[in-house]
Design a protein around this ligand. Sequence first.
Ligand code: HEM
Length: 162
Amino acid sequence: KRSDATATVFGEEQEALVLDAWNAMKGDSASLALKFFLRIFEIAPGAKQMFPFLRDAGDAPLENHPKLKTHAVSVFVMACESATQLRNTGDVKVREAALKRLGASHVKAGVADAHFEVVKTALLDTIRDAVPDMWTPEMKAAWEEAYDHLAAAINEEMKNAA
Ligand code: HEM
């Protein structure tokens, strides 16, 4: 699913494009998390049903859910870690015990391949809107590459957990 535009070597420049954007965004992570989730549910309204804390919340406003921020920040932070791993080793491995859990929890929640694509689109849109002055095709490609490798690693764990 990775586009040819991202087929360059992932080096220091690509890592910096990911980390610089995150450093510029992270001070406002609560509103960032909310925008990220609103975009996810705009693209895929049904995805709401997968999050137990939202399923049981009725029509309560999304911003009242602390777990929403936790998940959103996890995706951003892990994409940054993925960028650093890619620059160091050319690959992303989700091997540690804490991360292995990710496979099991996403299988349990009923997350499918299509959801990873939805979250990717929402992630890129959220970054574009959060740092419009920094946003370039190169920055987009670096985030895509970091996210794609991370999603592939989680997918691998999901197969092992299934
Ligand atoms: C749970 C990260 C993609 C839905 C979690 C957890 C983390 C996480 C850290 C907490 C549980 C644990 O540590 O095992 C990520 C990352 C993703 C990703 C880094 C992408 C690179 C997705 C996608 C969906 C999704 C695509 C579906 C739209 C969920 C749900 C839970 C969960 C429903 C359980 C929440 C709960 O029970 O409170 N994820 N996730 N995640 N994730 Fe993700």
